[in-house]
Design a protein around this ligand. Structure first.
Ligand SMILES: [Zn+2]
Length: 239
């Protein structure tokens, strides 16, 4: 039987995989139990993962990918990923892409301070331990500032510095990026591209398709409300 191909790819967006945390950040936490159920549902429905680097190549070459592919992304680099997400990802043999805040690695998510206690972030050693497990890393700025609020030179410097820190620490090229808060516009995208970024994800809702602007890839935000049936139906391209 010939494999079926498709011109679209759902890119799922996660932040923390955790139960506890400030009430105001609840929307950005999926419990470990529900996350496991979501991964199990993806596997049962026949999904396999691809990385952002692979989808970026497909976009550049306008080359369809095999059906039932999904891209899992995790913003910010929270420590809970290690114990709450990795077991499920390994159980179902899934890869993922995580976006790191370069100058906050091993510290806490200071940008969430107005909500209460700031969650801890992965250390360099922890991040390096994830590399052989199929976890790919991308940039998420130096300190998680809104990019539309930076001057052009400041933004270009932030992007270059973020990449330099991550490439130095991880020993691999870091050609991808997620905009902090999903905050971007035409000027931000242009500077991000001129700084050598190959692909960037937003928080604009939707399923990514061949023909998308590589620096403006939409994602589907996944929450605790995405119980398996709803999750699977959210991945189907609109007819
Ligand atoms: Zn973020």
């Amino acid at each position: 039987m010939a494999d079926a191909f498709t011109d679209s790819l759902p890119i799922l967006m996660y932040h923390r995989i955790a139960t506890d945390g400030p009430p105001g950040l609840k929307q950005w936490r999926v419990s470990p139990e529900i996350f496991d159920a979501q991964m199990s549902a993806l596997r049962r429905a026949g999904y396999q993962t691809i990385t952002l680097a692979e989808w970026a190549d497909a976009l550049v070459e306008r080359r369809p990918v095999q059906e039932k592919r999904v891209l899992l992304t995790f913003d910010d680099g929270y420590s809970d990923f290690l114990n709450a997400a990795i077991p499920a990802l390994q159980r179902y043999d899934f890869s993922a892409t995580m976006f790191l805040v370069a100058e906050r690695i091993g510290q806490t998510a200071l940008w969430d301070a107005s909500y209460g206690d700031c969650a801890p972030l992965l250390s360099w050693d922890e991040i390096k331990s994830l590399q052989p497990m199929g976890i790919e890393f991308g940039a998420h700025s130096c300190i998680h500032q809104k990019m539309t609020q930076m001057g052009s030179a400041e933004l270009a410097e932030d992007i270059k510095r973020t990449r330099a820190i991550l490439e130095e620490g991880l020993g691999v090229p870091i050609p991808t990026l997620a905009y902090p808060y999903g905050d971007q516009n035409e000027l931000v995208r242009r500077i991000v591209g001129e700084a050598g970024t190959k692909a960037a994800v937003t928080t604009e809702p939707g399923i990514s398709k061949l023909g998308d602007d590589l620096l403006r890839l939409p994602r589907i935000e996944i929450t605790n409300e995405h119980m398996p049936e709803r999750l699977i139906s959210a991945l189907a391209p609109a007819q």
